[in-house]
Write a protein that binds this ligand. Structure first.
Ligand SMILES: Cc1ncc(COP(=O)(O)O)c(C=O)c1O
Length: 414
């Protein structure tokens, strides 16, 4: 693929056809339309090849070997850290820790803060949007420590009620942990408002970027938050790898909850001296091939340019919302001009599973259910939704096909 500042629709289709062989298949007799990118994106060939090349040419354990392969693998792994840090505009790559993904990163922060920062009876602020992965680690801590989770409510238009946050903050509040984009509604959190409140009350912020990093350019240093987490597999990279960014303060102060090989300078049975920087938080053999695959996915994104991807996805979202609005049986949630490439809807009187199952008969992959946001479902008073979510390879023509088949499905369900 060549670097282009602005791809025409035709160029995109040609390049993408070569890059994503998985998309060039028929499902149930129809060309696959993959609209489940919020769950995981497909992987370009270059990512698949980067992983397989690593195992073919460099596989070895990192950081402790003197032999050539070990040094090569270490170099490639540390280069991957630099590539990803550079993309997110994190100047000190030591602030970027490889984890198994967003869920793992949040658990690491929760386990670390539970060591000596969070005290019995403390409070944590979350939002109604949160994915279970950004609820349960805090809930477990709260249950074990008489703590409390306080939740930013929704307004009628399903955006967050920022005006309510001040009233949730008390002397016991210790953290705001919030998603940057709702994985169910695609709505974008106004982090500037959250940050202003956090600053006023001296509260650290954790940003769950699982659904924002795939759809928008993010300058993490400039964001000035304490913790920033995301997963590679939602950004054209492999599963089982992600990042945890720690601000300079927390890089020094986050207590170690997990330790093991690779994190130490010296160990005796009485005492251990730990290394500084990212390795301190990466015990055991990491997902080396995964980190390399993630870096390659970042190179793929950079070739297109995240601004271009965002523009393309914005066009898709606008078009899909317009077509869905024209179908009288459809109820859309979180409809908004300014949102990430995620749309949730229901068909009046029909179960989302039935709609999703019938769409699959036409080769259209959508996600149905609660999307790991049961508290949001409770707030909206629904069981689940049908969710379509886009990526760089989706097209307006696919949305036309989807809309036509959705109308058919509605008639079938009658
Ligand atoms: C907003 C959000 N947070 C966290 C997660 C969990 O990500 P992972 O399963 O990659 O750990 C997801 C996954 O869908 C998500 O959408």
């Amino acid at each position: 693929m060549k670097v282009r500042s602005r791809l025409t629709e035709a160029e995109k289709i040609i390049d993408i056809g070569l890059q994503f062989p998985i998309l060039k298949q028929n499902i149930n007799g129809n060309p696959l339309v993959y609209f489940d990118n919020g769950a995981t994106t497909q992987k370009p060939l270059r990512v698949i090849e980067a992983i397989s090349d690593y195992y073919k040419t460099s596989n070895s354990n990192i950081h402790r070997g003197v032999h050539t392969l070990s040094r090569r693998a270490t170099e490639e792994f540390e280069q991957a850290r630099k590539t990803i840090a550079n993309y997110f505009q994190i100047k000190n790559d030591q602030q970027l820790i490889f984890t198994a993904g967003t869920t793992d990163s949040i658990n690491m922060v929760a386990e670390g803060l539970a060591k000596n920062y969070l005290q019995e009876g403390d409070e944590i602020i979350l939002s109604t949007y949160e994915h279970h992965s950004n609820i349960l680690p805090w809930q477990i801590w709260a249950q074990e420590n008489k703590g409390k989770l306080k939740v930013i409510p929704l307004l009628k238009d399903q955006t967050l009620d920022y005006g309510a946050i001040e009233g949730l903050i008390s002397s016991k509040t210790k953290l705001i942990a919030i998603t940057q984009v709702s994985n169910t509604l695609g709505l974008i959190t106004d982090l500037a408002k959250i940050k202003a409140l956090a600053k006023k009350h001296h509260l650290p912020i954790l940003v769950d970027a699982a659904q924002s990093a795939p759809h928008m350019a993010i300058d993490v240093d400039k964001l000035e938050v304490d913790f920033f987490v995301c997963s590679a597999h939602k950004m054209y990279g492999p599963t089982g790898v992600g990042i945890l960014y720690l601000s300079p303060k927390w890089l020094n102060e986050l207590p170690l909850a997990r330790t093991g090989g690779g994190t130490i300078k010296t160990v005796t049975f009485e005492k251990t001296d730990y290394v500084e920087g990212a390795l301190r938080f990466e015990p055991g053999t990491p997902n080396i091939a995964g980190a390399l695959g993630f870096a390659e996915a970042i190179c793929f994104i950079k070739e297109f340019g995240m601004e271009e991807i965002a523009k393309h996805e914005h066009e898709l979202v606008q078009y899909a919302q317009k077509l869905l609005k024209e179908i009288p049986e459809v109820i859309m949630y979180g409809e908004n001009d300014n949102k990430a490439a995620v749309i949730s809807f229901n068909v009046r009187g029909q179960h989302p599973f039935d709609v999703g199952t019938l769409l699959d008969k036409y080769g259209i992959a959508v996600r149905t259910g609660h999307h790991c946001t049961q508290p949001l479902m409770q707030c909206l008073n629904i069981q689940g939704t049908v969710r379509i979510s886009f990526a760089v390879y989706n097209t307006l023509a696919e949305i036309d096909f989807f809309s036509e088949k959705l109308k058919k499905v509605i008639r079938m369900l009658g």
